[in-house]
Design a protein around this ligand. Structure first.
Ligand SMILES: [Mn+2]
Length: 426
C-alpha cells in the first residue's frame, strides 16, 4: 500500500495550530540563545536512517513468535512498508537488505519501486550464521573462522555474492556480522580462529569495488556464549586495519556488555577515521533489540554528542551508514520503528543544541559543574517541535504514530495481505 501526500496533509490539519504555537515559542527561545534554528531543521531533514528488511515483521524469541498479521512476505512488500514509514516520518529513506533472504527476482523492478518511494539501498548484510538450503558445508562451528578450509571458502564466496547483488542495486557497503565463536572453553584456539577470520576477510575485501566499504560488526556473546571471534571494537578495528582503508568498524548499540561507555568508543573510532556504521536499538541486559531510546535515552544523547562532534571535527572519518537494528515482539513493527526513528531524531536534535564552544571553554577551565550544565541543558530541552517542523517541511506527518493509527494502516495491510504472511527470514 502507498500513502498519498494528501492523506498525510489531511491528518496534520487538526494539530497544525498547536504545532505552530509550540514551534514559534521554541524557535524564538533558541534563536535568542544564538542557535541557528533553520540550520538544525535542515540537518534533521537530511538525516536518513536505513530500515533493515528483517525488522518489518514480528521478530519473536526462541520461545515463540506472535504475528501482527499483514506482514510483508516479499521484498516488494518490505519496500512498500518502508515507503509507509518514510511517507510519515521522512527519515526512513533507505533499506538495508539481508542476503539470502532478500535476493531480488527482478532488479530493475525493485529499483524502480524503491526509487518511486524515495528509498535508497544502504549496506547489504551477509548471512553465515545459518545454513542455507542445499549448502554443501555447515556453519555450525563457524564460518569465516572455521577450522575447515572448505567452510571458510563457502562463506567467503557467499560474501562475494552479496557484494555482487548489492552492486546491482546501488549499495556501497557490505556489513559482516559473524556468529562465529565458541560455547565452551577449549573448543576454539583463539589465535587460529582470529587469524582465519582475518584471512577470510582479506579475501572478501579483495572483491570489494573501489567505492565500497566493508563494515565489520562486533558482539561480545550470542549465539556463542563462551567467546565470539570479533568480540569488541578492538578486535573489529584490528581486522579492519588488517584489510585496508575501505574497511571500518561498525558499532551496534546492543553489542556491548552492560555499562560499556559506548560514546567513548564512538569518539575514538572517529578520531582514527575508522567508524563506518552504526546500528541503533536499546537494551536493558544485552542484545535486546528494543525500541531506540526506550531504556537509556540519556546514553543515546551522549552518543549523539560524540557523533555530532565527530561529524563536525573529524573529516578523516567517512559519512556513516545509519541503520535501526531492532526486533519487535509485542509492538506493531511499523509503530515500533516510528518510535525508534523519532528517538534518533530527538537525540540528534538535542546534541545539535550543545554549545560546543562553551563546553570546550568549560573543559579548559576544568569547570566540571558547568560541563554537566551544558550537556543537561541541551538534554532537557523539549525538541519535539523542531522534529515536527522538519517533517512538515518535507511533507511528513506532524505525529507519525497518530497518523499511522488514524489512517488505519495495519488493518489495510491485513486486508491486503491476510493474516498468515510471514516476513521472509524470520
Ligand atoms: Mn547489528
Amino acid at each position: 500500500m502507498n500513502i498519498q501526500k494528501e492523506q498525510v496533509l489531511e491528518s496534520n490539519k487538526k494539530s497544525l495550530k498547536n504545532h505552530e504555537e509550540s514551534y514559534d515559542f521554541l524557535a524564538n527561545k533558541l534563536s535568542k540563545q544564538g542557535h541557528d534554528v533553520s540550520g538544525i531543521i535542515s540537518k534533521l531533514s537530511e538525516f536518513q536512517v536505513a530500515i533493515p528488511s528483517w525488522a518489518l515483521g514480528a521478530g519473536g524469541t526462541r520461545f515463540g513468535r506472535f504475528s501482527f498479521y499483514g506482514e510483508p512476505s516479499s521484498l516488494e512488500q518490505k519496500i512498500e512498508d518502508i515507503g509507509v514509514l518514510h511517507s510519515l516520518t521522512q527519515t526512513a529513506g533507505a533499506v538495508s537488505l539481508h542476503i539470502p533472504w532478500d535476493i531480488p527476482s527482478d532488479y530493475n523492478a525493485i529499483k524502480e519501486k524503491a526509487d518511486a518511494l524515495g528509498i535508497k539501498f544502504d549496506a547489504v548484510n551477509s548471512n553465515t550464521f545459518q545454513d542455507q538450503q542445499g549448502a554443501e558445508e555447515s556453519y555450525k562451528y563457524g564460518s569465516l573462522s572455521n577450522t575447515s578450509k572448505a567452510v571458510r571458502e563457502q562463506a567467503i564466496q557467499h560474501n562475494l555474492d552479496v557484494i555482487k547483488i548489492g552492486d546491482k542495486l546501488g549499495s556501497k557497503a557490505l556489513t559482516v556480522w559473524l556468529a562465529d565463536g565458541s560455547c565452551f572453553p577449549g573448543q576454539n584456539n583463539f589465535q587460529t580462529a582470529f587469524q582465519n577470520t582475518q584471512d577470510s576477510l582479506i579475501d572478501i575485501y579483495k572483491g570489494l569495488p573501489d567505492d565500497w566499504k566493508m563494515l565489520v560488526e562486533y558482539k561480545p556473546y550470542e549465539p556463542n556464549f563462551y567467546s565470539t571471534v570479533i568480540q569488541d571494537w578492538g578486535a573489529s578495528l584490528m581486522l579492519a586495519n588488517g584489510c585496508g582503508d575501505k574497511a571500518y568498524t561498525l558499532v551496534d548499540l546492543g553489542h556491548h556488555l552492560p555499562n560499556s561507555n559506548i560514546e567513548q568508543i564512538v569518539s575514538i573510532l572517529q578520531l582514527k577515521g575508522k567508524l563506518g556504521g552504526f546500528h541503533f536499538n536499546d537494551s536493558k541486559y544485552g542484545d535486546d533489540d528494543l525500541t531506540v531510546g526506550s531504556i537509556k535515552p540519556y546514553a543515546l544523547f551522549l552518543i549523539f554528542n560524540e557523533l555530532v562532534y565527530g561529524m563536525q571535527n573529524n573529516p578523516q572519518n567517512p559519512d556513516l551508514a545509519w541503520m535501526i537494528d531492532a526486533s519487535h515482539n509485542v509492538k506493531d513493527p511499523l509503530e515500533d520503528l516510528i518510535q525508534s526513528l523519532e528517538a534518533i531524531q530527538e537525540a540528534y536534535a538535542k546534541a545539535l543544541l550543545i554549545d560546543q564552544n562553551a563546553l570546550k571553554a568549560a573543559q579548559l577551565d576544568n569547570d566540571v559543574v558547568k560541563c554537566q550544565e551544558i550537556l543537561q541543558g541541551a538534554y532537557r530541552t523539549d525538541v519535539r517541535p523542531l522534529l515536527e517542523k522538519a517533517r512538515l517541511s518535507t511533507g511528513g506527518a506532524l505525529s507519525p504514530i497518530q497518523a499511522y493509527r488514524s489512517l488505519d494502516i495495519r488493518n489495510s495491510l491485513i486486508s491486503e495481505r491476510g493474516k498468515n504472511t510471514v516476513a521472509t527470514g524470520l
